[in-house]
Design a protein around this ligand. Structure first.
Ligand SMILES: NC(=O)c1ccc[n+]([C@@H]2O[C@H](COP(=O)([O-])OP(=O)(O)OC[C@H]3O[C@@H](n4cnc5c(N)ncnc54)[C@H](OP(=O)(O)O)[C@@H]3O)[C@@H](O)[C@H]2O)c1
Length: 245
């Protein structure tokens, strides 16, 4: 596809769900994809399926050095980086009163610091080349309050506020780095696997089962953003089931 062919795109959280499907869709449209996640067997299978236009690194978004290694792999293998899809995330839900502080900290580390770590690794490249595209997965939870998921909701608000502020900074600095924040609604992936069993989880699972979309809907939104001409910005994209209020 025009404006996608030959682009080198790093994807975090590529071992399942939205990241995995986005890697397939971008590669099918001519992009070269560099895959990151912790489950190496899943990355290996995906890279083998995509073929010579894929590379992967078992890597944890929480580790800044591993994110630098990921950017270096993209440059070594494909010569440059055009875009990053900062997508890795977890959602172990729970009321604040449950005091699941270990879960709070894991969400802050992965959903917030993970996005910052890949940005810190790639921004020096983008600044020098005066070109680049950061796409990140927020959530509809990043646009509203979500009782029962307050910390997750906060991490996704962070992604929105940080990326939109950065977009304005890049315009002022003349570095021409575009940003796209994606806000998915209910998408059928492995995301709910980390939520502890409860009546609330049963209700959410039932909703996902009944109306949830498949991950290709988000992959196509990323493709749309990536495929735009260089002078077109798509700062925000909300994609959710038609039955999601
Ligand atoms: N599904 C939805 O309804 C929905 C709605 C709104 C937003 N989102 C967001 O969409 C993004 C993708 O989630 P998904 O729905 O596709 O769920 P998923 O299938 O569970 O995928 C999550 C991905 O994140 C990776 N990941 C988690 N912790 C990581 C870490 N420390 N380092 C590197 N990778 C890590 C996982 O890989 P490993 O475990 O192999 O590391 C996996 O590839 C998340 O940011 C999520 O918050 C999802």
């Amino acid at each position: 596809m025009k404006n996608v062919e030959g682009k080198v795109i790093i994807i975090t959280g590529a071992s399942s769900g939205i990241g995995e499907e986005t890697a397939k869709v971008l590669a099918a449209n001519g992009a070269k994809v560099v895959l990151s996640a912790r489950r190496e067997d899943r990355l290996q299978m995906l890279a083998a399926e995509i073929g010579e236009n894929a590379a992967y690194l078992k890597s944890d978004v929480v580790n800044p050095d591993e994110m630098i290694a990921l950017v270096n792999l993209a440059k070594e293998k494909f010569g440059k980086v055009d875009a990053v899809f900062a997508n890795a995330g977890i959602m172990p839900a729970g009321n604040m009163s449950e005091l699941k502080t270990a879960d709070w900290n894991r969400m802050i580390d992965i959903n917030i610091k993970g996005v910052l770590n890949i940005m810190a690794a790639v921004l020096p490249e983008f600044t020098v080349q005066k070109y680049g595209h950061i796409i990140a997965t927020s959530s509809r939870a990043g646009l509203m309050s979500v009782p029962g998921n307050a910390v997750y909701c906060g991490t996704k608000h962070f992604v929105r506020a940080m990326l939109d502020s950065f977009r304005s900074e890049s315009i002022r600095e003349g570095t021409n780095i575009r940003t796209t924040t994606i806000y998915p609604g209910a998408i059928k992936t492995e995301l709910l696997n980390t939520v502890a069993e409860s009546a609330a989880k049963d209700m959410v699972s039932q909703f996902y089962e009944n109306v949830g979309l498949t991950p290709d809907t988000i992959a196509n939104a990323v493709l749309y953003a990536v495929s735009q001409p260089d002078n077109v910005a798509i700062p925000d994209l909300v994609v959710c089931p038609s039955m999601e209020g």
